[in-house]
Structures are given as structure tokens and as C-alpha cells.
Design a protein around this ligand. Structure first.
Ligand SMILES: NC(=O)c1ccc[n+]([C@@H]2O[C@H](COP(=O)([O-])OP(=O)(O)OC[C@H]3O[C@@H](n4cnc5c(N)ncnc54)[C@H](O)[C@@H]3O)[C@@H](O)[C@H]2O)c1
Length: 345
């Protein structure tokens, strides 16, 4: 029997991880989310509510899925004072976690990253509480999701575009990451290394590029463009020139590599998760409008925030050392998102 914690468990990556972990019949999964962005589990968990203990909701016939709506920082402060807080407060036997998947964060896409950077900087306090907790209580393993936003932005310009390698982040020679979001992720990576080297915590860091999937929030470009193509938007609006590009990777591949990396890496090293392929927003629109069977006129919205020009990764370290390659092609993954968008219109 194992007990895992998924923070931010009602967000995009968290929801998918909760469902993936639930496939193991021996796993109990506590997931915590303040629902500031996340969606309530009643809408996606697919398991009946079995019991409520105060504000804790236990789902499924075996009650292996346990949801707590709370600000993670409040819970961690309680646990940092008393590791037996769950047992004493709720009467349930959760004292130590096997795996912690720490997905709680203020993320929110370009409009939030550029539009409210000081809100996003709250990620520093969320991560600080988590790292204190893991160093004091030593869970089996911690997964810390950093981000491609941690990479130096001067390596992602129109005139200087390259495939970002893990070694492009070097704590002894720092480049400037992408806004407060990138700074908080970079700080998290540094804390991960300290947690491993000074406290002996098993930590794995990942730098996902642009993860996407069928159930992603419409504030993200892939599902938003899919939905607009399904409605046959014409002219088709794009932020900026649309020539800016990203490395889109399907959530199922993100989860596969995350779990593999946790088995192989314990020293806080960070790895890329992407396809190693740059796709521009204009190309995305072409793919989705192709599925919809029309050719729209493109309308560029040059006053919208676009972030760096090109962000994509070099996957050779992962391929050579972990023997892993993404399985879901852009065409297949985008087709799945399009089919899901069609059902919603
Ligand atoms: N989706 C991607 O492609 C991607 C790429 C790079 C990094 N990441 C990282 O992966 C993690 C998850 O990303 P996501 O796409 O699922 O984001 P998301 O916004 O969908 O999920 C984050 C969840 O955290 C919750 N949350 C925020 N503050 C909280 C708090 N104080 N207490 C409890 N819950 C809180 C939100 O309600 C939300 O459900 C983040 O750390 C993000 O930086 C994701």
C-alpha cells in the first residue's frame, strides 16, 4: 500500500496525474487544490463520493482518492508544525507520503505571466513551504516541476534561436529566465538541488515545454485554437505575428517521462520534456483548420503579449540516458484535442 500527495491536483497536469496514479490498486492519493484555477473533482474524477470527514472528500468504493480544498501553504504550515496533523485533525492515517507530485502553482499562460507578475511570484512562497516540509519529513520521492520558462530568454530570440539543452542552465553562470514565473521555477530548481545534497531528499526536476491535452483549460493556446477552428472562425485571430513557436508535447508523454525520471534521478537534476520540435502558432492554426476543412484568413493581433520568439528543446540527454522518446506525434495529439473540442461546441 502506498500513499501519494498530488498538490494542485485539480489543475491540468495534476488531474491527469491523479487519474494515472489511481490505476495502481495499491495507491491512496491525497490531492490538494484551492480551486483558484483547478476544477472540482466531482466534474472529472469519475468516482462516486463515498464519505466526507470535515472538509475532506473521499471518493471511490475503496476511498483511495482523497480531496482537500485548501491553500496548500496552510496545510504545509500545519504539517511543518506537526507531521501527524492529518491523523489528529481528520482521524485518517496519513503521516508520511511515498511520492509527492508538487503541481500547485500559479501558472496561467502568457496573459498572467506578463499581466500580473507579482501574483505569479506567490509561487515562491508555495515552493518554500513545500521544500521545508520535504526536508523535515523526508517523503519517499519528490517531483518538482520546473518549466522551460527557467531557460535564459536571450537564447530564445528571433535572431538567436537554439534547441535548449539541460546544460544551458548553469547556476554558476546565470542567464535571465522568463519573468517572475521563470525566476520562481529556477529558484525551485536550486532548492531541489539543496534538498537532495544537504538533506538527502530524493528529488527529480522536470522542465516541461508546452504541455497540452484534451482537457486543458481554454486559456491555453492549443485547446483555444482547436475550439475556434471547430467553430470555423474566419478571419482567424492570432496573438503577435503567429510566427513565434513552441515545443508542444502531449500530457500522456509528459506523465510517462515524469514517472520514468523519478525512477532514475534522485539528485535534483532537471530534464527537458518536449518533442524537440518547434511548431509556430500559424502552423497550429493550419493543422486545426485542416481538420475543420477550411482555410481561414489570418488576422494578427500585434498588441497582445507573445513572450519569447522560439522555445524548444534538445531531447538528446533524455534519449541517451533514459532511452525515452515521445510517442504521440503532433498530428495525433492535436487530432485528439480537436475531437474533444468538437464535442464541446
Ligand atoms: N502544463 C504545462 O505544459 C507545464 C509546463 C511547464 C511547467 N508546468 C508546471 O506544472 C505544474 C502544473 O501546471 P498546470 O499546467 O497543471 O497548471 P494549472 O494552473 O492547471 O494547475 C495548477 C493548480 O494549482 C492550484 N493552486 C494554485 N495555487 C494553489 C495553492 N496556493 N494551494 C493549492 N492549490 C493551488 C490551482 O488551482 C490549479 O488547479 C506547475 O508547477 C507548472 O509550472 C506545466
Amino acid at each position: 500500500m502506498s500513499t501519494h500527495l498530488v498538490t494542485g491536483g485539480c489543475g491540468f497536469v495534476g488531474r491527469n496525474m491523479v487519474q494515472r496514479l489511481f490505476r495502481d490498486p495499491n495507491a491512496h492519493i491525497l490531492f490538494i487544490d484551492d480551486l483558484s484555477v483547478g476544477t472540482h473533482p466531482d466534474t472529472w474524477l469519475g468516482q462516486p463520493l463515498a464519505k466526507e470527514i470535515k472538509n475532506l472528500r473521499l471518493y471511490g468504493t475503496e476511498e483511495r482518492l482523497i480531496f482537500l480544498k485548501a491553500d496548500l501553504r496552510d496545510v504545509l504550515r500545519e504539517l511543518n508544525k506537526d507531521p501527524e496533523w492529518f491523523k489528529k485533525h481528520y482521524g485518517i492515517d496519513i503521516v508520511r507520503f511515498d511520492d509527492i507530485f508538487h503541481f500547485a502553482a500559479i501558472v496561467g499562460g502568457r496573459s498572467k505571466i506578463d499581466g500580473d507578475p507579482m501574483l505569479v511570484a506567490q509561487d515562491l512562497s508555495i515552493d518554500a513551504e513545500m521544500f521545508l516540509y520535504v526536508c523535515r519529513n523526508k517523503p519517499g520521492r519528490l517531483l518538482y516541476p520546473s518549466s522551460s520558462a527557467a531557460y535564459p530568454i536571450d537564447l530564445q530570440t528571433e535572431s538567436n534561436t537554439l534547441q535548449l539543452k539541460e546544460s544551458d542552465i548553469d547556476f554558476s553562470r546565470m542567464g535571465e529566465p522568463d519573468m517572475t514565473y521563470g525566476w520562481s521555477k529556477l529558484t525551485g530548481e536550486f532548492l531541489a538541488k539543496i534538498a537532495a545534497s544537504h538533506y538527502g531528499v530524493h528529488v527529480t526536476c522536470i522542465r516541461p515545454f508546452s504541455g497540452y491535452g484534451e482537457d486543458q483549460d481554454l486559456s491555453y493556446p492549443v485547446p483555444a485554437i482547436a475550439a475556434r477552428a471547430a467553430r470555423k472562425e474566419n478571419p482567424f485571430e492570432v496573438w503577435g505575428t503567429g510566427k513565434q513557436g513552441r515545443d508542444f508535447v502531449h500530457i500522456d508523454d509528459v506523465l510517462d517521462l515524469t514517472l520514468l525520471a523519478m525512477d532514475k534521478i534522485s539528485d535534483g537534476r532537471a530534464i527537458n520534456i518536449g518533442m524537440g520540435k518547434l511548431t509556430s502558432f500559424l502552423e497550429l492554426i493550419e493543422v486545426f483548420s485542416g481538420f475543420a476543412g477550411y482555410t481561414p484568413t489570418i488576422k494578427t493581433l500585434l498588441d497582445k503579449p507573445v513572450g519569447v520568439h522560439s522555445r524548444y528543446c534538445d531531447m538528446s540527454w533524455v534519449e541517451e540516458n533514459l532511452g525515452w522518446k515521445a510517442k504521440i506525434s503532433i498530428e495525433e495529439g492535436m487530432r485528439r484535442v480537436y475531437e474533444a473540442a468538437l464535442k464541446k461546441i
